[in-house]
Design a protein around this ligand. Sequence first.
Ligand code: BES
Ligand code: MN
Ligand code: MN
Length: 456
Amino acid sequence: MPAPAYLTQHRNRFLEELIDWLRIPSVSADPKFHGDVLKAADYLKDKLAEAGATNVEICPTAGNPIVYGDYMAGPDRPTVLVYGHYDVQPADPYELWTSPPFEPVIKDEKIYARGACDDKGQVYMHVKALEMMLRAGGGAPCNIKFMFEGEEEIGSNNLGIFVKANKEKLQADVILISDTGILANDVPSIEVGLRGLSYHEVEVTGPNRDLHSGLYGGAVMNPINALCDMISSLHDANRHITIPGFYDKVDELSADERAEMAQAPFSETEFKQSIGLPAAVGEAGYTTPERTSIRPTLDVNGIWGGYTGEGAKTVIASKAYAKISMRLVPHQTSDEITALFQKHFESIAPAGITVKVTPHHGGEPVVTPTNSAAYRAAAKALETTFGKKPVPTRGGGSIPIVAMFKSELGLDSVLLGFGLDSDAIHSPNEHFGVFNFLKGIETIPEFYKEYAAATR
Ligand code: BES
Ligand code: MN
Ligand code: MN
């Protein structure tokens, strides 16, 4: 399908507006950017209003505000609640960016900036899709409520409170989210699952002060050595996780379901090449796509302690630390896994070491339906704009609020994302294809059209 004339005509302005928004470093994890987070929320509010949304407001929370706006097509029309996030991950390490993270550039038809794909670029597709429908499409065929938060990357705690307190305002028929990806630009797909999360900071303590490693080394348990031993014991030789009870509730897929998953195009060679690895490593008995979607995992995200400055210092540190996360699948729950991890990690401390485990935010896994009107509408919309039927895929990432939308509002979500795994989200040189941005703007109105038609 040729791109709508309006999109072709206004694409440069759409890109410039997105770039202006990406210039604002809306990093939620670092209080030093709090003012910028507020600025990014204001920018979004203004653009939503300019696009034609009504009741546009900044809803304060105990943390970063939620940007709300709506468009009412009529009481006989279905209502879609669009969710996304305008906060971004920290841009560190800055020195690994080829252009500064908050000075966006378009290079090789890709927009480079922190948040370009996750999730400001994808949120902006929705704002521009609204503009296009209202200015060139005679209006939108669905009622639309927009709810964009500024704390997704730090756990969505305040959004959870907001959702519970505003059920009436948020009443809808389905949730639409663009914060995931497709398999490739010529392989459209729809994510139908997200993993949950259990995240911990661990502190291990040995001697009551740092020690000279010549005077004491070999006679005391070194906390860093101990932490490494403990971490390495969390996987066995088959890369199974050794925490007792960890797999008890894991939903095992049937052979048929696994065979169906294997139909989705995937190249192991390209996977390895794209990240510069000679081998893919993971849980025995599962393929790479299975390991990154239907299986739970455990990873160390950071580890520190002791001397890390210039040159050599001979020392045994008093303390060592790590941040350890687990990705969860149905029907694991973050509370249960958090308790199992905590108990197990404390129990494996060697003599002479004490352990403190501090859980961070968690999230529940979800699987979204593929037999709903909204899923079918999304599939048709992608088929129209990509010229190919999309394949359903289970995603590896987490969006904790999605499970809450189901439990609190009773609503399923459709994950109509347009990113690519190669977009380097959370990494240096995050980018978003201009093709993907424009395809999103083109596809979203098709979704509303199909969904309105199906529910008539
Ligand atoms: N948009 C991502 C999650 C994602 C990316 C899902 C790609 C599927 C495909 C989201 O912003 C994110 O980064 N979530 C975090 C969890 C959050 C609690 C910090 C994650 O998955 O690590
Ligand atoms: Mn995101
Ligand atoms: Mn993210």
